[in-house]
Design a protein around this ligand. Structure first.
Ligand code: UDP
Length: 327
C-alpha cells in the first residue's frame, strides 16, 4: 500500500485530499496543528484503518515512522485575515515547515508536492497569469507574509530538486471554493454566503471591479492528483479561468441565496490584487486537465453545505482589526 503524508490535513484543501487518497487506496498520514484547520473536516475518516492523524506543527522537526511514497505540503493559513492574525506562523510554515518536509522527503526517498499559490504573482501586471511570469509582490505589505513564504517555498523546493535530485512538484493554486471552507476565514465566498444566511448586507471591498476566477474544489483536487502522478517538475497553474468581478459575484450570491439584503461598500484592503485569472495552457497540455464544474453548479453545491451549518457555527464570526489592512 502506498503511503502519503498530507500536511494541513484538517483544512479545506487538505481534508479533500485526504478523502481522495483514502478512496484511491492509499495509507494516509494526516498532519495538522489545528490553528486554522478543524478536526470536523476529517473525523469521518478516523475509523478507517488506512487513515491516521497526527496533531503536529510542521515548523518543528517532523518525524514519521515507516516508509513514505509521497508528501503533500498543504499546511498554511490561507486567507488574508489569517495572515494578519498569525503572520509569523504563516511565514514559518512556508519556510521552516517546507524545509523540514523536504528533509523528510529526502530521507524517505518520497516525492514531494508543495501547495503554492497565485499570490506568487502578487498584483499581476500580466493577464492572464502564466507560469513564466515572475510576479509583482510587495514583500512588506500585509500579504507579504504569505506571498514571500510561498515564493521561498518554491525556491527551496527547486533547490532540493536541483541540488539533491529530489522528486518534486509545484502546484500554483488559484481561488478555490467549496464545502468545508471556514465560514469565518474572511474570504469572499464564505463571507458573502455567511452574510446572506445571517441576514446581513454583503460587504464588497473597493468598487467591486477587481476580478477573481473561482475553481470548484473537486476540479482542483483532480488537477493536483494528476500533477503528482505526472513527471513535470516546474510549477503548474491549477484554477478555473472563468473570471468575474467581485461586484458581479455579490449579485450571483444574492440570487443564489434569495436574500433581501443589499451590497454595501467597504475600503479595499492594502495590496488587494486588481485582477486574477490563470492561464491553464500548461495544465491542459501536460495533465490533460481542465475544470469541468461551472460556477453555477459549484455555487449550488457549496450553498447546500453552508445551509446545513448550525446557528452556533453561523454566528462564529471573528472580528479583526481591518483598519490595519486598509490603505
Ligand atoms: N472581498 C470582498 N468582500 C469580502 C471579502 C473579500 O469584496 O467580504 C474581496 C477582496 O477584497 C478581494 C476578493 O473579494 O478583492 C477576493 O478576496 P479573498 O479574500 O476571497 O481572496 P484573495 O483572492 O484576495 O486572496
Amino acid at each position: 500500500m502506498k503511503r502519503v503524508l498530507i500536511t494541513g490535513a484538517a483544512g479545506f484543501l487538505g481534508s479533500h485530499l485526504c478523502d481522495l487518497f483514502v478512496k484511491e487506496g492509499y495509507h494516509v498520514i494526516a498532519m495538522d496543528n489545528l490553528i486554522t484547520g478543524r478536526l470536523k473536516n476529517i473525523e469521518h475518516l478516523f475509523p478507517l484503518e488506512n487513515f491516521e492523524f497526527h496533531n503536529h506543527d510542521v515548523s518543528k522537526f517532523v518525524h514519521v515512522p515507516g516508509k513514505l511514497d509521497y508528501i503533500l505540503h498543504f499546511a498554511s493559513p490561507a486567507s488574508p485575515i489569517d495572515y494578519l492574525k498569525i503572520p509569523i506562523q504563516t511565514l514559518k510554515v512556508g519556510s521552516l515547515g517546507t524545509h523540514n518536509l523536504l528533509g523528510l522527503a529526502r530521507v524517505k526517498n518520497a516525492r514531494m508536492l508543495i501547495a503554492s499559490t497565485s499570490e506568487v504573482y502578487g498584483d499581476p501586471e500580466v493577464h492572464p497569469q502564466n507560469e513564466e511570469y515572475w510576479g509583482n509582490v510587495d514583500p512588506i505589505g500585509p500579504r507579504g507574509v504569505y506571498d514571500e513564504a510561498k515564493r521561498f517555498q518554491e525556491a527551496m523546493t527547486m533547490a532540493y530538486h536541483r541540488f539533491h535530485n529530489l522528486d518534486t512538484r509545484i502546484v500554483r493554486i488559484f481561488n478555490t471554493y467549496g464545502p468545508r471552507m471556514r465560514l469565518n476565514d474572511g474570504r469572499v465566498l464564505p463571507a458573502f454566503i455567511g452574510q446572506a444566511l445571517r441576514g446581513e448586507d454583503l460587504t464588497v471591498f473597493g468598487d467591486g471591479k477587481q476580478t477573481r476566477s473561482f475553481c470548484y474544489v473537486d476540479d482542483l483536487i483532480e488537477g493536483i492528483y494528476r500533477l503528482l502522478h505526472s513527471d513535470y517538475t516546474n510549477p503548474v497553474n491549477i484554477g478555473n479561468p472563468d473570471e468575474i468581478t467581485i461586484g458581479e459575484f455579490a449579485e450571483e450570491i444574492i440570487k443564489l441565496t434569495g436574500t433581501n439584503q443589499k451590497v454595501i461598500y467597504k475600503p479595499l484592503p492594502l495590496n488587494d490584487p486588481k485582477k486574477r485569472r490563470p492561464d491553464i495552457t500548461k495544465a491542459k497540455a501536460i495533465l490533460d486537465w481542465e475544470p469541468k464544474i461551472a460556477r453555477s453548479e459549484g455555487l449550488n453545491l457549496t450553498y447546500d453545505y453552508f445551509k446545513k451549518l448550525s446557528k452556533e457555527e453561523l454566528s462564529e464570526v471573528d472580528h479583526y482589526d481591518f483598519e490595519k489592512f486598509i490603505n
